[in-house]
Design a protein around this ligand. Structure first.
Ligand SMILES: Cc1cc2nc3c(=O)[nH]c(=O)nc-3n(C[C@H](O)[C@H](O)[C@H](O)COP(=O)(O)OP(=O)(O)OC[C@H]3O[C@@H](n4cnc5c(N)ncnc54)[C@H](O)[C@@H]3O)c2cc1C
Length: 467
């Protein structure tokens, strides 16, 4: 390791990796160091996924959220080829410009073996939903699959290892915005390196650290949204008419009781429900393998109710963590699974009732009662939306539909920045999910490419002008 670099990138998720890749492509002479607090990609194994334990052991680092390839390593690899959702880049840049960068990132992933097949939106299904006040978002999407996505990222990382220096198990502790000194720890040792340009690509696992660091440096932050809800699991046949045609139905519904927005997204056909550890709190998520042998008989999706807090409350992440922690507490350090019918009837799903369920759970969660930990408002919203979704996919609100809790998506506080360069700093950038700019693989990847352009050319321009 040297003491000074042209660029130090912190975070080895898709945003940081794309940034490194593009920097080297645009200017091969650049000396780049990438720091990642988690393990290298091949060494990432979660004891829950390998069924060694039912409860989260709070491993440090967490193999699901942290490590080379970031939170996306075990993701389903749904790559959204659209600016319609997946983050807030279109609020900051022209949509067409963002779209170009999403396409460029896709080209790069394809060069490392990612799938070429694209699912297109269906006007017919969109209309079917509209009839019931359900608003289906229509974007082109690719489904790489958890296994194929992992291999693609592995190839990309192996390629980068020949071009830049990568240190895993290296946790950034501080970045001095005046001296450009990066302090990090590795195997109980503290190191300091300097760089002309510094890129913070910390993802959701680094969101709280980023917030604290920004506050310490008096950088202005905003964002007060949180999405809380459940992971829904049901027989795959129920949503097959949608998944066959468009792969991923993403539907928004405004509840009649509270006028809150509830989003159905992150759909995994014949997939698995998984738990994930975010900053010590266990939540749920889902994924699906491309390999026919690894497919389950169930599909799953996230159903989350959006809350935008108003003054004086401004701690949405802490709020979501409290709700999820309560679920962890009452399930003895795990996540809860409950049948929809039991929830409606105000009774706990216990192990016996779960065994009677016609839907076999794919996650080894604790049978319990979500109404003991989730706020009434969010639960009412979830139940109302399941009833509405049943109008286009009958069976969605069956008694045995499984609800896992808590799933939450919280968005990092967004710093004031110009083209990702943080206000009141020189050549220090933040990108991706960790800085609250994105919430998807495609937009996080696009933000990585954009920051590389900004570092090399001083501006983020139309890609066709660069060819
Ligand atoms: C289970 C799961 C499934 C998902 N499925 C999809 C999907 O199908 N499609 C989709 O579009 N999105 C999906 N997502 C979201 C997607 O993974 C993220 O939007 C994307 O990974 C964000 O990229 P990023 O580079 O900003 O951050 P991340 O991928 O989170 O990477 C950030 C990296 O920074 C590291 N880091 C944090 N702090 C430090 C520090 N102090 N020092 C050093 N390193 C640090 C972390 O360990 C992490 O590896 C999924 C997420 C999960 C968890």
């Amino acid at each position: 390791m040297k003491t000074a670099y042209d660029v130090v990138i912190i975070g080895g998720g898709i945003g940081g990796l794309m940034c490194a890749y593009q920097l080297k492509r645009l200017k091969p002479s650049l000396d780049i160091l990438l720091l990642e607090k988690g393990q290298d990609i091949e060494k990432r194994t979660c004891p829950i996924v390998t069924k060694k334990t039912r409860t989260c052991l709070k491993c440090q680092p967490c193999a699901i959220m942290e490590g080379m390839a970031g939170a996306g390593a075990f993701s389903d690899g749904k790559y959204i080829i659209s600016t319609e959702y997946g983050g807030w880049l279109p609020d900051l840049f022209d949509s067409d410009l963002v779209y170009q960068y999403i396409l460029r990132a896709d080209e790069i992933l394809m060069s490392f073996g990612a799938d070429k097949e694209v699912y297109r939106p269906s006007a017919r299904l969109r209309y079917e939903c509209l009839k019931h006040d359900l608003h289906m978002q229509s974007a082109k999407v690719k489904h790489l699959g958890t296994d194929a996505n992992f291999k693609t990222m592995q190839k990309m990382i192996n390629d980068l290892k020949t071009k830049i220096e990568i240190l895993t198990l290296a946790r950034m502790q501080d970045v001095d915005i005046k001296t450009h000194e990066v302090t990090f720890t590795r195997a109980n040792e503290t190191y300091k390196v300097k760089a002309d340009a510094i890129v913070l690509a910390l993802g959701r696992a680094g969101a709280l650290d980023f917030k604290k660091w920004a506050e310490k440096n008096k950088l202005e932050l905003s964002n007060n949204q949180v999405d809380i809800g459940v992971r829904v699991e049901l027989p795959y046949e129920i949503w097959e008419p949608f998944s066959k045609e468009i792969y991923e139905p993403k539907i928004k519904y405004s509840t009649k009781q509270y006028h809150d927005v509830v989003r159905m997204f992150c759909f995994n056909e014949r997939g698995q429900v998984v738990s994930e550890n975010t900053n010590g709190v266990l939540t749920v998520n889902g994924h699906a393998y491309k390999d026919e042998n690894k497919k389950s008989q169930n599909s799953n999706f996230a159903l989350l109710s959006t809350t935008n807090f108003t003054s004086p409350f401004n701690e949405p992440i802490e709020y979501a963590k409290s709700v999820a922690s309560l679920a962890n507490q009452i399930s003895g350090g795990s996540v809860i699974v409950q049948r929809l019918g039991d929830l409606r009837n105000g009774r706990r799903t216990d192990e016996k009732r779960l065994k009677e369920s016609s839907v076999r759970p794919t996650l080894n969660a604790i049978a319990g009662d979500l109404s003991l930990c989730m706020p009434k408002r969010q639960l009412d919203n979830i139940i109302e939306t399941l009833d509405a979704l049943s109008l286009v996919a009958p069976g969605t609100n069956n008694y045995d539909t499984l609800l896992y809790g808590v799933e939450c998506k919280y968005y990092s506080a967004r710093p004031k920045a110009k083209e990702f360069e943080l206000d009141n700093t020189d050549n220090i950038y933040a990108l991706g999910d960790g800085a609250g700019f994105t919430r998807s693989l495609s937009q996080a990847a696009a933000s990585g490419l954009m920051v590389a352009e900004k570092i090399v050319y001083g501006e983020i321009a139309n890609l066709s002008d660069r060819r």
